[in-house]
Structures are given as structure tokens and as C-alpha cells.
Design a protein around this ligand. Structure first.
Ligand code: UDP
Length: 237
């Protein structure tokens, strides 16, 4: 299915798909990184878990009418996606305060955000993905002002849908990061991955962290908590 390697990131490799122009194969690696790549480790089986979880989440969103790059899961660690040009923005949606916002703005941990808060970061490892405003986003990417409005609307809609999905498996969706990509047609769709690498997921009852924070903070077993997320998602269908 794979033809040649286009790009290698921290968590995934991207290949062109053989005889399928306009399609790519995303291959999930076992690498975990945090703090802009400063903390690194390899967890055998992580790639499979991220691929399974992200495939399920994109499928659920598609069933709810949310377009994305996702086509299908190919095997344990790979999925087929539509080729997009990634817009260099990290769109973060927050339902509760935790992580960088508590330090940056002195907001108390667990403060609820109603309506949810949206933040934009410029996707640039060398700059450490800085927080930017709307004007910066228009300057630093090729999107129009109307498209930026559309992206934020989509992010709010994804949040509404995902909050419900996770609530149904007793998980609070605390915050998450989305990326968007432009298809050859010019349309902008949801892209990249949605997994415990990119979301903060807390057990609604025990408040246990079931996401990459266990690795960032060294407080738990990454494979165990990712497996827990997958099992709960599997139990839904
Ligand atoms: N996030 C991500 N990739 C990044 C930065 C953040 O997926 O490069 C996710 C992170 O997992 C969390 C949300 O975006 O769910 C908000 O992260 P925050 O800004 O609080 O960053 P952190 O505390 O990790 O520095």
C-alpha cells in the first residue's frame, strides 16, 4: 500500500499510497515525546493504540457528519487518509483549565470554561509552537478570515460531539488539540490524529488521568491508560 516516505514526524510517518493519487498512508510509531521533544521514550504497542483510537474517533465523528481526512484503518498501525496540505495551526479547545493556560494566565486548575475556550498556536517546533492571535494566524497561514471563522466553528462542533462521546464512557474531555488540512479541492477538513496524545481525558468519577500527562508527569503507565481508553471506546459499539 505504501509507495515512498513523504515526511517523518515525532509520532507518525507519512507515505504516499501506491497507485492512489491524493491518498496517504499514516503509520503510527511507538515514540512518545513531550515538552517539544525534550522528553522521549518508546512504548512498544503505542502506535497500535493510537492508530486504533484515532481511527475510532474519526469514524465516530464522520457518523456525526464531521468531514475529515480519514478514509479507513488499514492494519494495526496504519491508516489511509486523504492527502491534505496541513494548515500550520494547532487549534486547542479547552473545557477546563489545566496545562499551559494555568501557568500562562494564572487561572486556577479545573476552572470550567463556558463557553469552551479556543486558542491558536503556530505549529513550528523551532519556535516551540507559540500562542498566536487571529491576525497572526492569517499572516502565518494561507487561510482567509472566513476560513478561520469556519475552523473555529468546526473545532467547537467537534468539541460538542466528542464531549458527548467521552461522557458516555465516563470520561471528561478536558482539552484537546486539532489540526486542519486543505484538500486539493480547496476544502478544509479535520486532519492529523485525535488520541490520548492530543487530548486530556479524565475519568469522570475518579478524575484519574487517562492521557499523555501520565508520561509528561511520570505519574502512570502510558500503555495501560491508552488501553483503557481503547477498551471503553470498543465497549460503545
Ligand atoms: N497538545 C497537543 N500537541 C501539542 C500541544 C498540546 O496535542 O503540541 C494538546 C495537549 O495534549 C492538551 C491540549 O493540547 O490536550 C492543550 O495543551 P496545553 O496548551 O495545555 O499544553 P501543555 O500543558 O501540554 O504544554
Amino acid at each position: 500500500m505504501k509507495a515512498y516516505l513523504l515526511y517523518e514526524g515525532k509520532a507518525k510517518r507519512v507515505y504516499t499510497a501506491k497507485e492512489q493519487p491524493g491518498q496517504l498512508v499514516l503509520s503510527y510509531k511507538n515514540d512518545a515525546t513531550a515538552f517539544n521533544g525534550e522528553k522521549k521514550a518508546i512504548f512498544s504497542g503505542k502506535g497500535r493504540l493510537n492508530n486504533e483510537i484515532s481511527s475510532r474517533v474519526f469514524k465516530l465523528l464522520q457518523e456525526k457528519g464531521i468531514a475529515s481526512h480519514f478514509i479507513e484503518k488499514l492494519n494495526e498501525t496504519e491508516q489511509l487518509v486523504r492527502q491534505t496540505e496541513i494548515i500550520p495551526l494547532e487549534v486547542v479547545v479547552r473545557n477546563q483549565a489545566t496545562g499551559s493556560i494555568t501557568k500562562r494566565l494564572g487561572i486556577e486548575e479545573k476552572t470550567p470554561f463556558t463557553p469552551p475556550l479556543i486558542e491558536l498556536f503556530y505549529k513550528d517546533d523551532e519556535l516551540g509552537d507559540p500562542l498566536i492571535n487571529d491576525d497572526h494566524a492569517l499572516l502565518l497561514s494561507d487561510i482567509s478570515a472566513a476560513e478561520l471563522v469556519e475552523i473555529k466553528e468546526k473545532a467547537r462542533h467537534v468539541n460538542k460531539q466528542l464531549k458527548e462521546v467521552f461522557a458516555s464512557i465516563n470520561i471528561a474531555l478536558v482539552d484537546f488539540k486539532l489540526e486542519f488540512g486543505r484538500l486539493a479541492s480547496g476544502d478544509i477538513v479535520l486532519a492529523d490524529e485525535i488520541s490520548p496524545d492530543t487530548c486530556r481525558l479524565w475519568d469522570s468519577t475518579t478524575k484519574e488521568k487517562l492521557d499523555k500527562d501520565v508520561f509528561r508527569q511520570g505519574t502512570g503507565d502510558l500503555l495501560e491508560v491508552y488501553q483503557e481508553i481503547l477498551q471503553r471506546l470498543e465497549a460503545m459499539s
